[in-house]
Ligand binder design. Structure first.
Ligand code: ADP
Length: 323
């Protein structure tokens, strides 16, 4: 089976700072425990976690020729992500974010737009889809110049499974930005807050049903410590989160997406997919960035520890549909 995955979208230089429970008074400073420059952005995070799970994965997107761009590429290469499909441009700076992480693990961001926001279709030619099983768009709401519908339509025509994760829309455009792409998306992932903004619905299942109507076969709603819910035409399925000591939730959604794609590539049943993705998301929160996800065996260990020996394997043998 061809398991290669292509993650298209946000490549960001992330400066993560923790703990940042309050801002220093003007003219003063406060001490923090951790401050690190790491490759971030939805596509980079998802690809990095997939590589750590042992998948063959490439990223496509755009970064500057600046030092922040060098650092993003070095981090991606270090975990085994294929970066030959990343475009470097002198025209724009690498998009950059300062992530302020509270002691509770909650986070807020200061974002400096750059090359991501200028990503256009010519960076994603059809040749990138050769030999690829899944094409994933990470951070769709911030790809304001990319014709996402065209990328996903071309990927579908090339025989790829298409998936998309939304991200927060700082412009406030929401469904108008996403709607043209949704008929070409097989699996749509969003979180509860984004889902509410996209649909105007409060309830998770209603969010799922509303988005399903635009064309995806599966809508997955990430619910933080509440786990995750998948909604399909057959109904909905909720799987509880794992209990872990939370340090930083910044990359949880992208790690969850990586876990879900892993299951999709292996044609697992939906419930197993959600459980595995929840485990990857949970592990991610135990350290800064996605560093809490170290390997496939660490994910399997968490599943065994919290579900009981053999329980996850049992899920894998269930009917390969929406059960
Ligand atoms: P996003 O980063 O897109 O907002 P979430 O915060 O919902 O996504 O996190 C994605 C997934 O990671 C959740 O569905 C859950 O499985 C896992 N996760 C996130 N936060 C926690 C937590 N506090 N405890 C356990 N698992 C978590």
């Amino acid at each position: 089976m061809n398991e290669r995955i292509l993650c298209v979208g946000l490549l960001v230089a992330d400066v993560v700072v923790r703990p940042a429970d309050s801002m220093p008074m003007p003219g003063t400073s406060i001490l923090v425990e951790d401050l690190a420059l790491v490759a971030g952005g939805c596509a980079a995070n998802c690809a990095s976690v997939l590589a750590k799970l042992g998948m063959s994965v490439a990223v496509a997107g755009q970064i500057g020729t600046d030092r922040l761009g060098d650092s993003v590429l070095a981090d991606l290469k270090a975990v085994g992500v294929d970066v030959s499909t990343v475009r470097r441009t002198e025209k724009y700076l690498t998009s950059a974010v300062i992530g302020l992480i509270e002691s509770s693990g909650e986070r807020s961001f200061l974002c400096r737009p750059g090359a991501n926001e200028q990503l256009t279709d010519d960076v994603i030619p059809d040749s990138l889809f050769d030999g690829v099983r899944i094409v994933h768009i990470g951070g769709a709401m911030k790809l304001v110049n990319l014709d996402i519908a065209s990328v996903l339509r071309r990927a579908s025509e090339a025989g790829c499974i298409t998936t998309l994760d939304t991200d927060w829309d700082a412009r406030g455009v929401w469904i108008e930005h996403l709607r043209p792409a949704l008929p070409h998306v097989r699996v749509l992932m969003t979180n509860e807050m984004e889902g509410r903004m996209l649909t105007g619905e409060e309830d998770t299942q209603a969010i799922g049903r509303s988005l399903l109507a635009f064309g995806p076969q599966v809508v997955v709603v990430k619910q933080g410590a509440g786990g995750s819910t998948a909604v399909t035409a057959q109904g909905s399925l909720h799987v509880a989160a794992f209990r872990v000591p939370v340090i930083d939730t910044t990359c949880a959604g992208d790690s969850f997406a990586a876990g879900f794609l892993y299951g999709l590539a292996h044609e697992w049943p939906l419930r197993a997919n959600l459980a595995f993705a929840n485990a990857v998301g949970a592990l991610c929160t135990t350290r800064l960035s996605h560093h809490g996800v170290t390997s496939l065996s660490a994910v399997m260990q968490l599943l065994e520890d919290q579900l009981g020996e053999g329980s996850f394997e049992q899920l894998l043998t269930n009917q390969r549909s929406t059960d």
